[in-house]
Design a binder for this molecule. Structure first.
Ligand code: G6P
Length: 472
């Protein structure tokens, strides 16, 4: 008789596993670190606990047995290619993603997508229910899995369930567009603690709960009636990064040498501006490029003086809005470069690629200013990575006020990316900022980021979850 598979007292459930199955350069199958801020943040948390991670391995129709990678026990969930289209590319990334980012791109509402979302959420809930030990803790993550808390509670009422929402939660006027708005709220309320990035996100959620479900809320708690009445906590827990690898890599001589090599490779411009984003319409890449292009057109900046390096990592390429964005950005970059490049210098070095962390740190070190101009962003961990890297107290962070990070990183130059003149002024301030002011601002930013790292974030969330468990 075979023994039942082992269970874990702490289980993370996220759409993606921390590693992705992809094709290597010679067509061979390899594992690669998954994209995005969620995985970047959670990887660090998992290394410190004896737990398991339930998620999708990044390819359709891939049936895999549980395995261990980097010391983390991984429990793969299979998605069919139809589910990839309807649940992932459709409902998650063409309905919820644009709706929750203030309708920057119009959300598509399709009943088949919703049905697939319900089915896949059920599968994740069942996998987590099998993985968790008696009275264990399950921490569910992000907008792809908003129904899992309630589905899991129905299967395993003994569990303590947390949910963290990594992206914005929209104002009620927008949220109420969602044809399945009540079901999603009930799904989330299956958790004991529902965490958000900003106080505003939590308050938008609480408003939706009052107006749609007519439940009582008091401060950050919701009273949920039922055969066993419960109290759900909904509040902000701003996420952060694991600062250690950034601080360590930034001090390594080979990484510093690579930063110098990058500057040289760009023809030693006086200043390097840097943008690092997934190629996503929420990131305001077009606004940033427009502002930079106008500064070149006006002759305020020249390509001998300043180069913009834009890393735009490929993302969700089969979703129309992303394919369209790619065309728009690449046309804009080509026009600006065509107008302004010289044989020796380029205006925008555009890189449609993802890079390992070493190379990112070298780029952060090479950059005199980091431009984060998102139109809406749950947090933006790139801003925090830049700050963690700059132990030399040099460099300027230009930061959109529409990011979660703007609530904390007050010493950045904050901008409204829709205001192109304001954005141009911010770029010029960054380019001209004296070293003494850079240092004063960067010290304050670093204090904030180093003291509030991802460990502090997960600790705070799990303490809140434990407090609810103890009152049950
Ligand atoms: C954001 C989301 C994550 C997501 C990541 C990458 O950070 O909050 O949930 O995993 O983007 O996007 P992808 O669709 O490739 O998983």
């Amino acid at each position: 008789m075979s023994s039942p598979p082992p269970t874990a007292s702490f289980v993370i459930v996220a759409n993606r596993l921390p590693v992705d199955r992809v094709q290597g350069p010679d067509g061979e199958e390899i594992w690669r670190r998954s994209p995005g801020g969620l995985v970047a943040a959670l990887e660090a948390v998992m290394h410190d606990v004896d737990g398991a991670w339930v998620g999708w391995p990044g390819q359709a129709d891939l049936e895999l047995a549980p395995f261990t990678a980097d010391g983390i026990r991984l429990l793969p969930v299979t998605l069919s290619s139809r589910e990839l289209q309807d649940y992932y590319e459709g409902f998650s990334n063409d309905t919820i993603w644009p709706l929750y980012h203030d309708v920057i791109s119009p959300p598509q509402y399709h009943r088949e997508w919703w049905e697939s979302y319900v089915q896949v959420n059920q599968r994740f809930a069942e996998r987590a229910a099998r993985a968790a030990s008696q009275d264990g803790t399950v921490w569910v993550h992000d907008y792809q899995l908003q129904l899992v808390p309630q589905l899991l509670r129905e299967l395993r009422p003994d569990l303590t369930i947390g949910y963290f929402h990594h992206i914005p939660f929209p104002a009620h006027g927008l949220y109420s567009q969602l044809p399945w708005r009540d079901q999603v709220l009930r799904g989330l309320l299956g958790a004991d603690v529902v965490g958000f990035q900003r106080g505003q996100d939590a308050s938008n959620f609480l408003t939706a709960v009052r107006r749609r479900l007519h439940l009582d809320t008091k401060g950050t708690t919701v009273s949920v009636p039922g055969s066993v009445p419960r109290t759900v906590v909904a509040r902000a827990f701003p996420i952060s990064i694991d600062t250690t690898p950034y601080v360590e890599l930034a001090a390594r001589p080979d990484v510093r040498a690579r930063a110098a090599e990058i500057r040289e490779g760009l023809g030693h411009p006086k200043k390097i501006l840097l943008g690092v984003d997934r190629l996503d319409y929420t990131k305001g890449i077009g606004h940033r490029i427009k502002a930079f292009g106008e500064l070149l057109d006006q002759g305020t900046l020249s390509v001998e003086d300043v180069t913009l390096v834009q890393v735009a990592s490929p993302s969700r390429e089969r979703v129309d809005a992303y394919a369209q964005l790619r065309d728009e950005i690449e046309l804009a970059v080509a026009r600006i470069n065509g107008d302004h490049d010289t044989v020796e210098h380029t205006a925008i070095r555009y890189l449609h690629q993802g890079y390992p962390r070493e190379e990112m740190v070298a780029l952060y070190l090479a950059a005199d200013a980091m431009l984060v101009t998102a139109l809406r962003d749950g947090m933006n961990l790139v801003a925090k990575e830049y700050v963690a890297t700059r132990g030399d107290h040099r460099g300027v962070l230009v930061l959109s006020e529409f990011t979660g990070a703007a609530d904390e990183l007050k010493q950045a130059i904050q901008v409204n990316p829709h205001d192109i003149e304001g954005l141009k002024d911010a770029i010029m301030r960054a380019v001209a900022m004296p070293a003494s002011e850079q240092s004063r601002r960067m010290r304050a930013l670093r204090k904030r980021v180093l003291e509030n790292d991802v460990n502090a974030w997960s600790h705070e969330f799990l303490v809140a979850l434990d407090a609810v468990r103890r009152t049950r």
